[in-house]
Design a protein around this ligand. Structure first.
Ligand code: ARG
Length: 271
């Protein structure tokens, strides 16, 4: 399996906290070790550097504790960056910060017309854009994504509030393979996934409950939460190399490695 070196955007969790609850993982009354969150995030960043990926950083903004979840900052494919619109007011101000970064970096920027939480709900798998809906990104946003990027969009209905973003329920391993938790999807969407990806890896509930599917693959190496041991074993059986990372503090906000990572796809050559 060939590894592709990736261009990634991350945001240091300088102002990380859990002081509101917009998903079932978040409990503002539970303690969070913000310094540990930063150290864990630095480990993730280091793993990417060691794999030969290029990591860019956006400056964190005080008062935006979830800004560390860069995947929600946009969707970037073929040099086009679709900015985001958050469902929840607590995260609204992250959208212009990421939008400004894309503009400064020279991407062609498109503005969302509907709630659209970026790569949290929009994953490119080969030539299909898999798009989640049900909790965050609006179904209407999917049509705009197809128009902007020109990839056929496959709508997937999420049904379990713990797996509120597509990237908590499904991970793209390479152009042809995904891993997912079937129960996180409606019956119709499960049938679509079986049809598109007959050889997919089916994750266990135990894997999903530690956000194991919130993983980042370069086609050969898969970076995933160290607690997702069944999934790691299943991936190794398929020939992937797995790299476990402990993001226990960020998980208290409902995020894992993929949430912290936005893929910047410049153009065809670095797709
Ligand atoms: N607390 C954040 C929220 O609920 C977590 C976002 C995680 N990001 C992701 N791509 N799944 O919006």
């Amino acid at each position: 399996m060939d590894a592709t070196s990736q261009h990634l955007l991350m945001c240091r969790p300088t102002y990380f906290a859990v002081d509101y609850a917009i998903n079932p993982w978040m409990d503002p009354s539970a303690p969070v070790d913000a310094a540990l969150a930063v150290r864990q995030w630095e480990q993730l960043r280091q793993i990417y550097s060691d794999l030969g990926h290029t990591v860019e950083e956006i400056t964190p903004v005080p008062g935006l504790p979830d800004m560390v979840f860069a995947a929600n900052g946009g969707t970037v494919i073929d040099g086009k960056a679709m900015a985001v619109q958050f469902r929840d007011p607590q995260r609204a101000d992250e959208a212009p910060a990421y939008r400004a970064w894309f503009e400064a970096a020279g991407f062609e920027v498109y503005d969302p017309k509907h709630v659209n939480e970026g790569e949290g709900d929009v994953l490119l798998a080969g030539d299909h854009l898999l798009a989640g809906t049900g909790f965050r990104t609006a179904h209407a946003a999917h049509a705009q994504l197809q128009e902007v990027f020109g990839y056929p969009v496959v709508t997937l209905q999420l049904v379990d509030p713990r797996f509120y973003h597509l990237d908590t329920a499904l991970t793209v391993l390479d152009e042809l393979t995904v891993a997912y938790l079937p129960e996180a999807f409606s019956p119709g969407s499960q049938a679509v996934l079986r049809r598109l990806f007959p050889d997919a890896v089916h994750a266990t509930m135990a894997d999903a409950e530690v956000l194991g599917l919130n993983a980042v693959s370069d086609g050969r190496h898969v970076v995933l939460p160290v607690q997702a041991t069944d999934l790691a074993a299943a991936l190794r059986d398929r020939g992937y190399e797995t790299i476990g990372v402990d993001l226990s503090e960020l998980r208290k906000a409902g995020g894992g490695p993929k949430c912290c990572t936005l893929r910047l796809r410049q153009g065809k050559a670095s797709k």
